[in-house]
Design a protein around this ligand. Structure first.
Ligand code: ADP
Length: 177
């Protein structure tokens, strides 16, 4: 994002983030309770570069962010090297090991690959401020929250696409919006 590209527009982050209203929900992982098989299915059914980790689907409290690449490499390594890690193993991002039944496969602990403090902005942050944060911190993506709950994600590409749309818009439509 070049500093010369000014962003003189009154959009809010909620207007630019994903998912848009008609999109499928944000693809998130829960900090515990998902199996290796479920995580693999989620990752492979999308092309996203990363996934927010939340406390639970109900709470949508943000715990961290994991990159697709790191997830795939770790699961692959664990399947090859770690005794007993199978599709039914539980994936955990929590600090403490979960209590699993004696006959359950061992859990796969992935806290180590999670970014514990991903950058966030709120849905009502004006876009010029969000763009400034991306520029100054050199971000590729940023999570969006509403009242402390995870609401969406915004990437550098989302911002560039939005800027291009504004630049191409019929000037009359901007004046009378
Ligand atoms: P990029 O925008 O650089 O292509 P991604 O491939 O990660 O980065 O994201 C593609 C699109 O999907 C973007 O519009 C982004 O906002 C959205 N997106 C990214 N991660 C997720 C996710 N976990 N769940 C839902 N949408 C996502």
């Amino acid at each position: 994002l070049e500093p010369k590209e000014e962003f003189e527009h009154s959009s809010l982050t909620v207007d630019v983030m994903r998912p848009k209203r008609s999109d499928p929900a944000l693809a998130v992982l829960t900090q515990e309770g998902m199996t290796v098989g479920q995580v693999e299915a989620l990752v492979e059914s999308t092309h996203y570069s990363g996934f927010p980790v939340v406390v639970s689907q109900e709470s949508q409290r943000l715990v961290g962010f994991v990159l697709r690449r790191d997830l795939l490499i770790s699961i692959d390594n664990a399947r090859k090297r770690q005794e007993g890690v199978v599709s039914a193993s539980q994936v955990v991002f929590t600090e403490h090991a979960p209590s699993v039944a004696a006959d359950a496969p061992p859990p796969l602990r992935l806290r180590g690959i999670m970014d514990l403090s991903p950058f966030t902005v709120t849905d009502h942050t004006p876009m010029d401020i969000t763009v400034d944060i991306f520029r100054k911190l050199g971000l590729r993506q940023c999570l969006v929250t509403h009242n402390g709950r995870l609401l969406g994600i915004i990437t550098k590409k989302d911002i560039l696409k939005h800027m291009a749309q504004i630049a191409n818009r019929d000037p009359d439509s901007i004046l009378f919006n």
